[in-house]
Design a protein around this ligand. Structure first.
Ligand code: 5AD
Ligand code: SF4
Length: 438
């Protein structure tokens, strides 16, 4: 199949919404289109193909994309040959219903259809919809076009079999499947050969990884053996899939960084049960304790949803109290958003928007204070930062991440992206550390 145009190369504008999996998928799509002769452009006015890689996790995410689509429509009005496409989770969530909202879409492609995107774009029939989910598609043979900087995002498993009752992902991304470990190692080696120094393994439940007899702990060990790779991270693990082997890799493999995202969602057992989260708060607490005992000083972040149907004031208090107890480094907090197709969608949404807002604000405010306190406890310590590039401000400063994934800004002493610099922490905000090279 040859989709390479005879005349000038076609230009593609690709914008990404949502999680890191989507960022990685866009790099995959970038690689696929690149190999078919497309050039990338950052300017939608220059593009022959405009693609949005979308997120369906909350209604707000979908509304943003629909707004953006109607903005991009101007380029199609200006030049009718321009193709407008929607990729990702919204494609599989809304399917052909998208055409009710955006009838001008030329292509609609779900997360398992990217391999055929060039032929869909070359095909004359309008609109082209491919939202089939594929139990086997892992794209393990395709090379992504990684973005700039020393970090490479690598998808090691796709899909989710957990079916938390609030979540649309098992429907938009389909069943769990893992890339063969040899393919993952080959991608790590390719990233290192391209100048990357850090990899982040991605998967919706990344620690459910299993392929060819290798589990997630084993995969971390395999990656750590790659020469030239300095740092390994991963996101997002599921609490009920955390194994001793994973904790051991965090504890004793120097390349596996001391940072864990451990989504809580709620600290009330009745809510956890209604969410089908597979753990009680006592089990989660014990797990967090085990991780912190094994990896002293490990940074931990979480996800929380407020206002799940049936969440009482008492349930909410349990979550607020658990924030005090857990002292997370950081928390991503959300108002519950009903998603069509999920089991929770059928439960009446009992918490008003205003009350959800109040609960959310209260947790965010408190977590900001905790994050600040946790970060301030780093002041005076020496830490290692991997440089990413120039800081936005102040001038002549660079920015990078500590081993525990804290954004750190310090004076430019000539370190290149990917280099690791030892610094002393001078001051700390809730989201950023300021430091001096030692
Ligand atoms: N409403 C609000 N938040 C949600 N999340 C997933 N589905 C929903 C929903 N319907 C949150 C969860 C998950 C994170 C990625 O997004 O906290 O861990
Ligand atoms: Fe959604 Fe739950 Fe799967 Fe995470 S584990 S993607 S929250 S269903």
């Amino acid at each position: 199949m040859s989709a390479i145009p005879e005349s000038a190369p076609r230009k593609v504008f690709l914008e990404t919404y949502g999680c890191q999996m989507n960022v990685a998928d866009s790099e995959l799509v970038g690689g696929v289109l690149h190999r078919h002769g497309y050039l990338r452009t950052q300017d939608p006015a220059q593009a022959d193909v405009l693609l949005l890689n979308t997120c369906a996790i909350r209604e707000h995410a979908e509304e943003r994309v629909l707004g953006r689509l109607s903005e991009l429509l101007q380029y199609k009005h200006a030049r009718p040959s321009v193709q407008l496409g929607l990729l990702g989770c919204m494609a599989s969530h809304l399917r052909e219903h998208l055409l009710d909202r955006a009838p001008y879409l030329d292509v609609i492609v779900g997360p398992d259809g990217y391999r055929d995107l060039p032929s869909l774009l070359a095909d004359g029939v309008d609109p082209r919809v491919d939202v089939r989910l594929d139990r086997d598609e892992t794209y393990s043979d395709l090379t992504p076009d990684h973005g700039p900087g020393p970090r490479a995002w690598l998808t090691v498993m796709r899909g989710c079999d957990k079916f938390c009752t609030f979540c649309v992902v098992p429907f938009t991304r389909g069943r769990e499947r893992s890339l063969p470990p040899d393919a993952v190692v080959a991608q790590v080696e390719a990233a290192v050969a391209a100048g990357k120094r850090e990899v982040v393994f991605l998967g919706q439940t990344v620690n459910a990884y299993r392929a060819d007899g290798v589990d997630f702990g084993g995969l971390l060990r395999r990656a750590a053996a790659v020469d030239g790779l300095d740092r390994i991270r991963f996101t997002s693990p599921h609490p009920s899939e955390v194994s001793d082997a994973m904790i051991a890799a965090l504890a004793d493999e120097p390349k596996v960084m001391p940072y864990l995202h451990l989504p809580l969602q709620s600290a009330s057992d009745p809510v956890l049960e209604a969410m089908a989260r597979d753990y009680t708060i006592a089990q989660y607490r014990a797990l967090l304790g085990r991780v912190r005992d094994a990896v002293p000083g490990i940074a931990v972040s979480t996800d929380i949803i407020v206002g799940f149907p049936g969440e009482t004031e008492e349930d909410f208090r349990a979550t607020a109290d658990f924030l005090e107890e857990a002292r997370y480094d950081f928390a991503y907090q959300f108002k519950y958003s009903p998603r069509e197709g999920t089991r929770a969608y059928k439960i009446p949404d009992t918490v008003s928007e205003a009350e959800k807002g109040r609960r959310l604000r209260q947790l965010i405010e408190r977590q900001e204070e905790i994050s600040l306190e946790v970060n301030q406890s780093q002041v005076g310590r020496e830490v290692e930062v991997m440089v990413e590039g120039p800081a936005r401000r102040p001038p002549d400063h660079v920015v990078g991440k500590t081993q525990s994934f804290k954004t750190t800004v310090f004076r430019d002493v000539g370190a290149k992206p990917g280099e690791r610099v030892r610094v002393r922490v001078d001051s700390a905000g809730a989201h950023t550390l300021r430091a001096t090279p030692v």
